[in-house]
Design a protein around this ligand. Structure first.
Ligand code: AHR
Length: 499
């Protein structure tokens, strides 16, 4: 059997994990809002029309923060359309997704939903068709207590207390030619800076995310980040990163290696931030908000055939298979390995639209990717340890030598728990993994949860919602102060150890 080894030390730490690294995203898109979180008249809808079955699953995920209302949608959105009496709200065309938006749900309803879901809102402002003034008005409406036009308007709309939104995105993917109101890096950098200055003037307690590149393959990548940050380094806190992966060629070994792209992308963006920091002789560090990441490709063909100008169509409804869960597990490992720079991350998205949760008129269920997201968020709390992995590799045309074993370890001091997350990408072979426990000697295995299946393309459906889910494994034990485990071929693993 092939062998891998991991070296850790309690004192060699990457960073404390910011819980917001397990965030998610809900856009006014497809059936995310309408038919996903909100469906008045549904047997499981509450008094406000929110689906209780969806809420239950979101609460189980314990999502710390949800980005809203877009995405591409936000770049053509007028937030005022979604507040005030519902009967007065206009139906508008949404040019981003070629649909009709009813505006039945707006920021007040979404804030109510977020409270019910035990999560915080991360709000995006429209810097596509709109600018500084509308962003100021939106912040005033959301966060100022009283005595000004927009804070009083919110109160008139039935929301006496401010929403207190703490994290704000300065537009969305402004580097993308598909974006409504797409801009050059200089145009956007200036606008972002001017907007950031006044937003912080209104509420100095907020944090701001400026748009980075839409993915690492963008022709403007790197130069975009540098230019934008040179404009607004002093006025923002985070730069955004987005990425989606797909397996159009049915090539699992390449698909499963995509974590290497994410890893490289994060390192590059952190380096650019630090270049601008050095150039500006600044003491401030800009961190990363990886506020869109996931697998997205299964629904591409169906979406290309959609009729235009319908309401809440089945759009971007990827049905995730087992190999997607393996990659999502691996991408979470990558985000954790960069916990010193990645402080916010949003699995895009949360319900129905490229999402871990799916709903129909008759039920809600967990997609395959739900599980690594759920368990990593639940047990990946505390401090990330430097995790030195020696693993056999496979040769891949796109990524070169790819380690079969991808791994990170997390130490939760509060619970006195050491947690190992590991993926074995070998399609055929089990791999024996050893981790000398050093300062964790005396710990024993509390749980080994594993996701493994012979069929990479198996999916969960409403009829068979638990086809893919984690099971308990007895493959781990501690012998002579070393954790010894066997990682099944094609498997995601979480091993918890405690005193
Ligand atoms: O999440 C789906 C879309 O992907 C978002 O609207 C956009 O920001 C990205 O291109």
């Amino acid at each position: 059997m092939q062998k891998a080894k991991v070296i850790i030390d309690k004192d060699f730490q990457v960073s404390k994990i910011d819980r917001r690294i397990y965030g998610s995203f809900i856009e006014h898109l497809g059936r995310a809002v309408y038919g996903g979180i909100y469906q008045p008249g549904h047997p499981l809808a509450d008094e406000q029309g929110f689906r209780k079955d969806t809420l239950e699953l979101v609460r189980e995920l314990n999502v710390p923060i949800v980005r809203y209302p877009g995405g591409n949608f936000v770049s053509g959105y007028k937030w005022e359309d979604g507040v005030g009496p519902k009967e007065d709200r206009p139906k508008r065309i949404d040019l981003a997704w070629c649909v009709v938006e009813s505006n039945e749900v707006g920021l007040n309803e979404f804030s109510d939903w977020a409270k019910k879901a035990n999560t915080d809102v991360m709000m995006a402002v429209n810097l596509g068709t709109r600018g500084v003034a509308e962003a100021m008005e939106l912040l005033e409406y959301c966060n100022l207590d009283q005595g000004t036009h927009y804070s009083e308007l919110r109160k008139k709309h039935g929301y006496a207390k401010p929403h207190g939104v703490k994290l704000w995105c300065l537009g969305n993917e402004m580097d993308g030619p598909w974006q409504i109101g797409h801009k050059t890096a200089d145009e956007y950098g200036r606008l972002a800076n001017e907007t950031a200055k006044v937003l912080k003037g209104i509420d100095p307690s907020i944090e701001l995310v400026v748009c980075g590149s839409s993915n690492s393959g963008m022709p403007t990548f790197a130069e975009w980040e540098r230019t934008v940050l040179e404009h607004c380094y002093d006025s923002v806190d985070y730069i955004s990163m987005h990425t989606y992966y797909g397996d159009h060629d049915r090539d699992p070994q390449t698909f499963l290696a995509n974590n290497m792209d994410m890893d490289r992308f994060i390192t590059d963006v952190a380096n650019i931030c630090d270049y601008v920091k050095a150039k500006k002789h600044s003491k401030k560090t800009i961190n990363i908000s990886f506020d869109e990441w996931n697998v997205w490709y299964h629904s591409n063909e169906a979406d290309s055939k959609l009729e235009r100008w319908t309401q809440a169509p089945h759009q971007l409804e990827d049905v995730y298979d087992f190999q997607d869960a393996l990659l999502v597990g691996s991408l979470l490992i990558t985000l954790l390995r960069h916990a010193d720079r990645v402080k916010v991350a949003c699995l895009a998205q949360l319900v129905n639209v490229i999402a871990p949760i799916m709903t129909s008129d008759t039920g809600a269920w967990r997609q395959t990717i739900y599980y690594p997201y759920w368990l990593t968020g639940k047990y990946g709390q505390g401090v990330v340890l430097q995790t030195q992995v020696s693993s056999p590799t496979y040769a891949n045309k796109k990524f070169g030598d790819v380690p079969y074993v991808d791994c990170v370890t997390v130490y939760n001091e509060e619970k006195d728990e050491l947690v190992v997350f590991a993926v074995n990408k070998s399609l055929e072979e089990e791999i024996e993994l050893e981790i000398p426990l050093r300062q964790f000697a005396g710990y024993h295995v509390v749980e080994h949860a594993k996701m493994q299946d012979e069929d990479l393309y198996a999916v969960n459906t409403e009829e068979n919602p638990e086809r893919i889910k984690p099971v308990a494994s007895d493959a781990s034990s501690v012998e002579d102060g070393t954790l010894k485990t066997v990682l099944g071929h094609k498997s995601w693993n979480m091993i918890r150890l405690s005193k």
